[in-house]
Ligand binder design. Structure first.
Ligand code: TA6
Length: 277
């Protein structure tokens, strides 16, 4: 394993990206939002999906990869929070450094904002491992929602199925928040936007892409599954009209009633692992 497995890319305002190229994989993380934008095991197709229309304007969230949603999810539990999904994915994070570890290359990013200290470790090797520690460095307890909003690349969403969440209840955001019990594998026929009320290991079967992906989470009490479908994709300027067939989001989250309260000095950790199986 070489000891120069990462390089810093600069943008107009200084360091902008960390690119990783080691014996196992290549990948990239933008300091904007500490957004993982690429991870590709050697000999494999890219595992993360990234829109060809993402703005990369330094202000907007990056469309694809793994945006970090925090300290709220969507519009928040009361539906009145802006910006959508909170400020973590919009903030400029500090790159602390990268180390070669057994599992590959581990890059660390930190951000302090609004009484919270976030420490994010991205390990790229034969697996992608992302781990976020949230510490309350303020004087008051805080309520946190969060998600590692992972966009996975698939060959054809109409042929994709997800297993692992059979029998789990979910909030169906396409049906006004109705709670439904998952019957069998998850398949996709148009817009799908579900917050499963427990987390589980999910296997993504992608016959058109000729592979299966395993998504494992820790410290998450929800799994979010999302595909915008054609109408929502066409309505998003940073999402190509036809790109919705090439992606599915499987997110590790603590959202809605699964928010958590963090006392001063307390730390909560959430993590997700993605591998080609
Ligand atoms: O995680 C699914 C979701 O909450 C959807 O409701 C949709 O809004 C998606 O996130 C993307 O949100 P964004 O703010 O990035 O457009």
């Amino acid at each position: 394993m070489n000891d120069n497995s990462f390089t810093l890319g600069t943008g107009a305002g200084g360091p902008a990206t960390v690119s990783i190229d080691n014996q196992h994989c290549t990948g990239e993380i933008h300091l904007h939002g500490a957004t993982v934008t690429a991870w590709q095991p050697k000999g494999e197709q890219p595992v993360l999906w990234l829109s060809g229309s993402s703005a990369f304007d330094g202000d907007s969230p990056i469309r694809g990869g793994v945006p970090i949603c925090l300290p709220w999810f969507g519009p928040g539990r009361d539906g009145d929070r802006q910006p959508a999904h909170g400020w973590a994915r919009l903030s400029e994070w500090e790159f602390v450094g990268a180390d070669d570890v057994e599992a590959g290359t581990c890059a660390t990013f930190v951000l302090q904002r609004d009484g919270l200290e976030l420490r994010y470790q991205v390990t790229m090797g034969e697996r992608l491992e992302i781990a976020l520690d949230v510490t309350n460095i303020g004087q008051e307890a805080v309520e946190i929602e969060e998600a590692l909003h992972t966009y996975l690349a698939v060959g054809d969403i109409s042929r994709v199925s997800l297993s692992g969440l059979e029998g789990v209840d979910y909030v169906d955001k396409t049906a006004g928040g109705t709670v439904v019990t998952q019957d069998g594998d998850i398949t996709f026929d148009g817009e799908t936007d579900r917050v499963y009320l427990t987390s589980a290991n999910v296997t993504v079967s992608d016959p058109a892409g000729g592979r299966k992906l395993l998504v494992q989470s820790q410290g998450a009490r929800n799994t979010v599954v999302w595909n915008p479908g054609p109408a929502k994709a066409a309505a998003m300027p940073d999402f190509g009209d036809d790109e919705w067939t090439q992606m599915v989001c499987v997110e590790a989250a603590n959202a809605l009633d699964n928010f958590y309260r963090l006392q001063p000095g307390g730390t909560h950790s959430i993590a997700q692992k993605v591998s080609v199986v």
